[in-house]
Design a protein around this ligand. Structure first.
Ligand code: UDP
Length: 459
């Protein structure tokens, strides 16, 4: 039988590129040739991607090769990305066929559902790589399938703290739901992309949803929807450093030596991922909390936005010199390496799904400060389901005050009852995650079954 050849299509953002590349790595390990594609602008910013056997790169123009600029029309970008992406995928499929290495499956990252249409046109099977937890897949599914009114009612009533019960999920308050279905000023473009994604999957007879999660983390959520087969193929994390692709740069890794100089489990690592831009007031509260806490800290303060333009986040730091006497501030770091450093004691995170999984794999307790998208749901899982961290409460203006941040830091890092339990839970999940990635663990078992299934369908 010819070697399977998968085309991986990644949305050009850090949180899709990271798990997509790790998926490529695992697929190659089980004998699949992978062609990885994303936009030219992301391709240019991807640093340190080493050549790997069995992997080809092919970036395509989305019409914004120098990256999106402030004020660019997101709707226009989205439709150009789709139009040009469809053409590029078709060309790649035809070229591969002509070279005698036909594409046998397309795996596209969340929200690029048009890629499934291209696959269908060329009679190739496709699957989505769901880059958020299964729980969030379920929430969107139920929202679009019968629960929209109930959820909207709950959002209106949210002050009464009523909970909504969706099949297979823990009871959820408004503050636990993805922002795209609760925020008054929600991003309608993204919400419509979720809707389309779910509709495309519903239209397929044997839809495959590859979820970057661990079976044991969300056993019920993975099975909550009878109609769909959700397969846990995570954690997709570059633990060994291979196939890393950072869209942001840090010119030095001095932070590693700095971490080396700190006592075991003492450092607070603070990062809000690659997209969130915090308000000046929130940055100030975090800075004051870190100073008040007195613990050494490593804080990622980006000097670029996810779209590549300059960002003045740094200017929001009023007390940089004071901060640098206790901690270290960097524009970017290799987060997975930082999290696995023995000096790490706690991760103050926005709870992006990658960051959440990375903290679980490293066994690092979390102070969850969710901002938007799926982050609130991830924070709920961290605090109430896995017990690996605590979630902050914001004041009425939506700002998390310094006292609250210090309280949460103390609660996970001190030797009290809560801290002990959180750290025991974090250790437990670290061990489960480790087993998952071993030969015979759910990552490889599920991925091999998926590849075999695709091969079967192609015969
Ligand atoms: N990340 C990193 N270095 C940093 C900050 C973030 O390598 O200084 C990586 C992090 O490891 C994760 C990704 O960027 O894999 C961020 O994805 P996530 O889903 O956590 O959040 P998003 O950026 O989408 O908000």
């Amino acid at each position: 039988m010819p070697q399977p050849h998968f085309l991986l299509v990644s949305y050009p953002v850090q949180s899709h590129i990271n798990p997509s590349l790790q998926l490529a790595k695992h697929l190659i390990r089980i004998g699949v040739h992978v062609t990885f594609t994303t936009s030219i602008s992301a391709g240019r910013r991807m640093t340190k991607v080493p050549a790997a056997q069995g992997l080809s790169f092919a970036s395509f123009s989305d019409g914004y090769d120098d990256g999106l600029k402030p004020g660019d029309d997101k709707n226009h970008y989205s439709s150009e990305f789709r139009r040009r992406g469809k053409e590029a995928l078709s060309e790649l499929i035809i070229a591969s066929e002509n070279e005698g290495k036909p594409i046998t499956c397309i795996v596209y990252s969340l929200l690029l559902s048009w890629a499934a249409g291209v696959a269908r046109e060329h009679h190739i099977p496709s699957a989505v790589l769901w880059t958020q937890p299964a729980t969030v897949f379920d929430i969107f599914y139920f929202y679009f399938n019968g629960y929209e009114a109930a959820i909207n009612d709950q959002v209106v009533e949210s002050k009464s703290k009523c909970l909504i019960k969706l099949p297979g999920l823990p009871p959820l308050a408004t503050r636990d739901l993805p922002s795209f279905i609760t925020a008054a000023n929600t991003d309608h473009l993204i919400l419509s992309m979720f809707r389309e994604q779910l509709e495309v999957l519903a239209g397929e007879s044997n839809a495959k949803i590859l979820v970057n999660t661990i079976d044991a983390l969300e056993p019920e959520a993975l099975k909550a929807i009878e109609k769909f087969e959700l397969v846990g193929i995570g954690p997709l994390i570059p633990t060994d450093g291979s196939l890393r692709a950072d869209l942001f740069q840090c010119n030095s890794n001095d932070y590693l030596r700095w971490l080396d100089s700190k006592p075991k489990s003492s450092v607070v690592y603070v990062s809000f991922g690659s997209v969130a831009v915090l308000a000046r007031e929130q940055v100030e509260e975090i800075a004051r909390a870190l100073l008040a806490s007195g613990r050494p800290f490593l804080w990622v303060v980006r000097n670029q936005t996810a779209r590549g333009e300059e960002e003045k986040e740094e200017d929001k730091l009023s007390c940089r010199e004071e901060l640098e006497q206790v901690g270290m501030i960097v524009p970017w770091c290799w987060q997975v390496e930082v999290l696995s450093h023995p000096s790490l004691g706690c991760f103050v995170t926005h709870c992006g799904w990658n960051s959440t999984l990375e903290s679980l794999v490293a066994g690092v307790p979390v102070v969850a400060v969710p901002q938007f998208a799926d982050q609130a749901t991830n924070a709920k899982l961290v605090e109430d389901v896995w017990g690996t961290g605590v979630r902050v409460s914001a004041n009425e203006e939506g700002v998390v005050e310094r006292g609250e941040i210090v309280r949460c830091l103390d609660s996970v890092m001190d030797d009290g009852e809560n801290g002990g339990e959180v750290r025991r839970n974090a250790e437990k999940w670290k061990e489960i995650a480790r087993e998952t990635t071993m030969e015979g663990g759910s990552l490889y078992v599920n991925l091999k079954a998926f590849v075999a299934d695709v091969a079967q369908g192609c015969r």
